[in-house]
Design a protein around this ligand. Structure first.
Ligand code: NDP
Length: 331
């Protein structure tokens, strides 16, 4: 079975030399086990954090060991009653062709509602991150002005549309004209900023948020957070989901320089990790499935072909290559 290992820890932006394709043999399955052949895997910005050594909310990847992450596969052999040959499953052992399991943490998926890989995106952790951040952390209300950064990405594109469906005015930022067009034409959001083409992000945001910002869904941190703080309304809420602009930093980030505004404006800023909210999974599925059926939520996938190209897909996240969810199709 082919797999991708962490060859070395990146210093700054990851490069292909940090990864190595290797081949391992898998021993026959024992009683209670089943064998899965991966069809899809997810690449996610949080994996960059796991490439560093040290304490975080998930343990670091080990050098010389295969990486891990969300994946969809098919059961090809089973000695487990719960999982039979042909079942499609969601697991956490991406970055490889085959894996064995006794079923812990593995979920069967229903490919009727949506294609299987959507369980890595809109119907999976990605969609749930958007939903939890808006509903449970920011307590979004109709009439709110919501600003979301990395708005055309996997999480951001769901945030933008769920907020619209909840009666909000939505402002998004992204780094490419094609993404700006998608946000306006397909996601139907109110205003979009190409942050790579603005000389002053805060001024631009101020023009679009004429009544201020009630909710900032932060995927980016740094200058985006600073700009949002400038235009937050009193008692606004910030859902701190991610800070991708800092993940490859070799020096501490300069912005935000205006964090005192959290106090002056009585802002409630809360970080969250989606996995703490698994009790909300059914509410999320009910809500988002309804939005999908009523065409209020659509999604995009950027698909990279071949396990061997997974490092490129991963690195591409930091270069803005993806529209919507970045996925790798395996085999
Ligand atoms: P995305 O699909 O949004 O991919 C990353 C995107 O971020 C890129 O396409 C790029 O788009 C943008 N980006 C990359 N580098 C920068 C930069 N330096 N400054 C500004 N924008 C940048 O990934 P996800 O949707 O999977 O993740 C989005 C965020 O959510 C991440 O911060 C991630 O860590 C976080 N997250 C948090 C979770 C939680 O439980 N708290 C769970 C899942 C994700 P562009 O063209 O706009 O630059």
């Amino acid at each position: 079975s082919k797999q991708i290992e962490l060859a070395s820890r990146p210093d700054g932006m990851p490069t292909k030399s940090n990864f190595e394709l290797s081949e391992v043999s898998i021993s026959p399955i024992a009683d209670g086990e089943f064998l899965v052949r991966n069809q899809w895997m997810s690449v996610d910005p949080y994996m960059r954090g796991r490439m560093k050594d040290g304490d975080s909310y998930v343990p670091p990847f080990q050098i010389g060991k295969a990486l891990e992450g969300g994946c969809i596969g098919v059961v090809v052999e089973s000695k487990n009653e719960q999982f039979v040959e042909g079942d499609q499953v969601l697991g956490n052992l991406g970055w490889r062709e085959f894996w064995k399991s006794e079923g812990q943490g593995v979920q069967k998926i229903d490919a009727e509602l949506a294609p299987a890989q959507a369980y890595l995106g809109a119907l999976g952790m990605t969609g749930m991150t958007a939903w939890v951040g808006l509903k449970r952390i920011a307590n979004v209300q109709p009439g709110d002005t919501v600003f979301v950064s990395a708005a055309s990405g996997a999480v951001g594109s769901m945030v933008a549309q769920i907020a619209k469906a909840n009666g909000c005015k939505v402002i998004g930022s992204a780094g490419k004209q094609s993404k700006i067009d998608w946000l306006r034409d397909r996601a139907g959001i109110d205003s979009v900023i190409n942050y790579k083409e603005t000389t002053n992000l805060s001024d631009e945001l101020g023009k679009m948020a004429s009544k201020g910002i009630d909710v900032y869904f932060d995927n980016v941190g740094g200058e985006h957070l600073e700009a949002a703080l400038d235009h937050m309304n009193d008692f606004g809420r910030i859902a701190s989901c991610g800070m991708i602009s800092t993940y490859n930093a070799t020096e501490p980030p300069a912005a935000p320089r205006n964090l005192f505004k959290v106090i002056a404006k009585r802002i409630r800023m809360q970080g969250f990790i989606v996995r703490d909210h698994m009790n909300d999974y059914e509410d999320f599925m009910r809500d988002v499935s309804a939005l999908i059926r009523s065409d209020q939520v659509v999604w995009e996938e950027t698909v990279t072909e071949g396990l061997e190209n997974a490092p490129d897909a991963f690195i591409g996240l930091f270069e803005g290559d993806n529209l919507g969810k970045s996925l790798v199709r395996i085999g």
